[in-house]
Design a protein. Structure first.
Length: 113
């Protein structure tokens, strides 16, 4: 039986989907509370800036962004295939390149903090 590369794609996809499913509702709630002026002191700008400035915080943020973008890219790839776009190599290259570019942009901007 030939070896498959599918675990390399499916692993980050599953991790990103799970992470996004748990974090997105919490981020929406926190953003809503902050917009209404009810954000706790833990979410003050200075504290979040300190989190993003520390190497562990940067690593965590890059991980969250990478996994979320990879999950979205894989979903888009499968959706294109289901809609009849059979140029799978082109679609896969495009969506994964965009996910990697988004991760690279995140790393660039976090390095400036």
């Amino acid at each position: 039986m030939p070896r498959s590369n599918k675990p390399i794609v499916w692993g980050p996809f599953a991790a990103g989907g799970t992470l996004t499913a748990f974090l997105t509702p919490a981020l929406i709630l926190i953003t809503l509370l902050a917009a209404l002026g009810h954000a706790p002191d833990l979410l003050a700008f200075e504290r979040l800036h300190a989190l993003a400035g520390h190497w562990i915080g940067k690593l965590a943020l890059v991980g969250v962004v990478f996994l979320s973008l990879w999950s979205a890219a894989h979903r888009l790839r499968i959706t294109c295939y289901d809609l009849g776009v059979r140029a799978d190599t082109l679609v896969a290259t495009a969506v994964y390149a965009i996910a990697l570019a988004g991760t690279g942009a995140t790393m660039f901007y976090l390095a400036r903090i």
